[in-house]
Ligand binder design. Structure first.
Ligand code: NAP
Length: 480
């Protein structure tokens, strides 16, 4: 199949759907959305482990043009978020543009024709003026490089590849990792399994999460007061930006956040020895803060054991830790995160003069505002390098990026490419901003490459990001 169109969007998660809806809402119909999965939804389609949900309130974790409205749920679970996204796809008639099962293998720029050729793994070809790559940062599971992993004869899977047919009742489960996914999953597994051993390599800072449902008074106010939900959304947004951004820069809220996490731990874990093993020794905010109120109580259950001895190997029937102790396991669940710093991998992107994006990114991915890369005209990223947040709603960032890309599209026809000077100035600012955060030193995290370069999170307030994307792109881009 060989299809010619104006815009190819890669990915049908929050980012791809936002871009598609923006095109649709401005009267553009000539675009295709390529999605490797069987439906829209991105990570909210892939992550179906019990307990999966979002720790950002949904009134904020939704598009501004399609606000989530519920007088009941503050934090809906994964099925409701997926339902919201499929609703957006239906309401904005995006499905007619969608090609599922279309994993992109490569995108190549022809500078004579000023067209991109996008090829899928199935061999289909799409040519377009513009490519918008919205594949996100947290979609490729990372399985740990532990000796003997392949020898295990029981069931084993990653949280993002949860097997719903696996009955855990009465089984011995090994859960590796203690990040946000493990924290959400553990209470559910612990209720079913005979025994759960949680293998913690590094403790996380954990802040309490309010109840997922609003109380009766809030519900009544939400139902009866027009505009109150929008006001609530704005309030949550501002509160996050003003109170959480300074945590990552050791600003005014750094110590209160640390005290709150310590208080939460003390309140939920009475045993001082266990508490000590759950206490991080690096600055709060260095890794993504876990926001959860059920993880610590689950760790204190009788059938749950926190194992902090390093894993030395996986055997055919369990896990061996340093010192030689062997724990038998029927099932191993890897809550070990994602290949976040590889960005568009495994796709190959070839731009002007045959430049390969992955080569330009060997020292770590970078893009102007996380959106555009020099040498790659008419190629834009949603949720590109240094745009993900741990301190506010990623949907806000996605909308900012889509707003900017739509302004770039107004510069067409021609080859729209970020200027080297604009990228240099942005890089200088970004390096300084990252230097002020707690990320570069003190901990290992999915925010940075193995060499320590911070490539994933945005290092400032989202209000600042909004200010940058509101600028006219003509000042930073050349059009040939
Ligand atoms: P993660 O935060 O990267 O956590 C991975 C865990 O696996 C860490 O505890 C890590 O330990 C451990 N680990 C990795 N390799 C290991 C090994 N070889 N041996 C032992 N332990 C190992 O992954 P995640 O929990 O899936 O979360 C990823 C991100 O997804 C989150 O940070 C968050 O942004 C997002 N998320 C969000 C929500 C939400 O509610 N919004 C929910 C789930 C996920 P170390 O810390 O020592 O590396």
């Amino acid at each position: 199949m060989d299809i010619s169109t104006k815009v190819v969007i890669i990915g049908a998660g929050f980012g791809g759907l936002c871009m598609a809806a923006a095109l649709k809402r401005t009267g553009h119909d000539d675009f295709v959305v390529l999605e490797k999965g069987h439906d829209v939804g991105g990570i909210w389609r892939d992550n179906i482990y019990p307990g999966c949900g979002c720790d950002v309130p949904s009134h904020l974790y939704s598009f501004s043009f399609e606000k989530y409205r519920s007088a009941r749920s503050r934090y809906p679970a994964q099925p409701e978020i997926l339902n919201y996204l499929t609703g957006v796809a239906d309401k904005y008639r995006l499905r007619q543009h969608l090609r599922t099962g279309a994993e992109v293998a490569s995108a190549e720029y022809d500078q004579t024709a000023r067209r991109w050729t996008v090829r899928t793994e199935a061999g289909d070809t799409f040519t377009a003026d513009v490519v918008v790559c919205a594949v996100g940062q947290l979609h490729r599971p990372k399985l740990p490089d532990i000796t003997g992993r392949a020898d295990f004869t029981g069931a084993a899977f990653h949280t993002a590849r949860w097997n719903p047919d696996q009955d855990l009742t009465g089984r011995d489960v090994a859960l590796i990792g203690t990040g946000s996914s493990a924290a959400q999953l553990l209470p559910h597994v612990a209720r079913q399994a005979r025994r759960v051993r949680v293998y913690q390599r590094t403790p996380n800072w954990v802040l309490p999460k309010p109840r997922p449902e609003f109380g009766p008074l809030t519900r009544a106010v939400f139902r009866r007061t027009p505009g109150i939900q929008s006001a609530y959304r704005a309030l949550v947004y501002l509160a996050a930006d003003l109170a959480l951004t300074p945590v990552i820069t050791k600003g005014w809220s750094f110590l209160p956040a640390k005290w709150a996490a310590r208080w939460h731990l003390r309140r939920q874990v009475p045993d001082p020895a266990l508490r000590a093993r759950l206490t991080p020794d690096y600055p709060i905010g260095c890794k993504r803060i876990v926001v959860d109120s059920d993880f610590y109580p689950a760790v204190t259950r009788e059938n749950v054991e926190l194992v902090t001895d390093p894993i030395s190997r996986i055997t055919r029937d369990g896990i061996e830790v340093a010192g030689g102790r062997h724990d038998r396991a029927d099932v191993i669940v890897y809550a070990t995160g994602f290949r976040t710093t590889e960005f568009l991998a495994p796709m190959t992107v070839r731009g002007r003069d045959g430049a390969v994006l992955q080569d330009s990114w060997q020292a770590g991915a970078e893009a102007y505002l996380g959106i555009a890369v020099e040498g790659f005209p008419n190629f834009f990223l949603v949720h590109g390098p240094n745009t993900i947040l741990g301190h506010n709603s990623n949907i806000f960032m996605i909308e900012c990026q889509v707003h900017f890309i739509m302004n770039c599209l107004r510069l067409l026809p021609g080859a729209v490419e970020v200027r080297a000077e604009a990228m240099r100035d942005y890089r200088d600012w970004l390096d300084t901003a990252i230097g002020r955060t707690v990320w570069p030193a003190g901990c290992l995290s999915w925010y940075k490459t193995e060499s320590g370069r911070v490539t994933n999170p945005w290092p400032a307030s989202t209000l600042h990001y909004r200010k940058l994307v509101r600028r006219d792109p003509a000042a930073a881009f050349s059009v040939t």
